[in-house]
Design a protein around this ligand. Sequence first.
Ligand SMILES: [Zn+2]
Ligand SMILES: [Zn+2]
Length: 333
Amino acid sequence: MIKTSEDKFKEASEAFEVLGDKEKRSRYDQFGHAAEGMGSGMRGSGAAGGNGFGDVFGDIFSDFFSGSPGDSTSRGERGSDLQYNMEISFEDAVFGSSKEIDVPRMETCDSCSGLGAESEKDIKICGTCGGTGQQRVQQGFFSVATTCSSCRGRGKTISNPCKTCQGRTRVSKTKRIRVNIPAGVSSGSRIKLTGEGEHGVNSGSSGDLYIVLSVKDHSIFERDGADIFCEVPISFTQATLGTDLEVPTLEGKARLKIPTGTQTHKIFRLKNQGIAQLRGGGRGDLHVRIVVETPTKLSERQIELLNEFDDCCDDESNPIRDKFVKSIKNLFT
Ligand SMILES: [Zn+2]
Ligand SMILES: [Zn+2]
C-alpha cells in the first residue's frame, strides 16, 4: 500500500505523545510489564542532574523562553518521557522483530552544548533581582515575593543567546532508534527504552521512551494468549468419509487427519504449534476448528444423487438428529 505524505504525517502525529506530567506517567506505570526487559515504574521528573557548570549557572537554561517560574534552584530538569504507538504485524508479535523508528524529540543544542548563550561571557546575573529570581512587592502590611519579571525567575540573563537554539538550550530533532520486539508480545505490551526520551535541560537526565504495541489482526489466525485458533472449512463429503487435510500453522503447513464422521466445529489441537510465552514455559497450541460446509448451487444430477443417498439413510445415519427429534416428541406428548 502506498501512503501519501499526508497519511504519513497523520500517522506520525498520532503516534506521538509527550508525557509531560506526572499524572500521565503514573497512568503508564499501570501497564503490566508484559515483556522481558520492559521497565517498571517511571522516574520522577526534574531529577537533580546539576554538576559542574550546571551548578554555577543553574536554572537559566531550563525553559528560558517558556515564562514558567520553575524552581529557582540550580538543578537540572529531566527531559520528558515520550510514548510511541507502534503497530506491528501478527507475525512480528509471534516471532519477535527488530524495527527502526524515527522519533521527533528535543535534544541538547550542539552549537552551545546546552548553554543557551553564544559564550559563557554572555550569561550575567540578573540586575533586577540580583540572581535570586524573585522580586519583593509591598502589599499592605505584607511583603510578597513574586517571580522576577526581567529574568522570569532564572536569576540570570543571556545577553547574546545561541543563534541555533535561540537560548532554548535544546533543539527539535529526529532520532532514528532501533526497537527490538521480543517474541510473544501482544497489543498493549510496552517496551521501555531508558534515556531515549527528550534530553534534559541544564545537565538534567533524559526522559525515557515507551513503545506501546498494537498487533494487527491476522487473516486466518486468532489469538488467545499463547494459543492460536484457526477455522478450516471442509466439504460435507470430507467430513463424512474422513480425509487427510493440510492445515496452516505459524511456520507453514501441517498434516491433520480428519476421521470419518467428523462433526462441524470439532476442534483438533496441534500441541506446541502456538505462540512462545514471554516468560518461558514453552509454546501454546494451535487449535484447528473444523467447519463443515453445506453444499450450495447444486446441479440436477447432484440433487438426484443426494436424494438417492437420503433414501438409503437409516436410523444409524444421523443419530444426533434422531435423538433430538425423539426428545421433542416426548416433550409435547
Ligand atoms: Zn544553542
Ligand atoms: Zn531577575
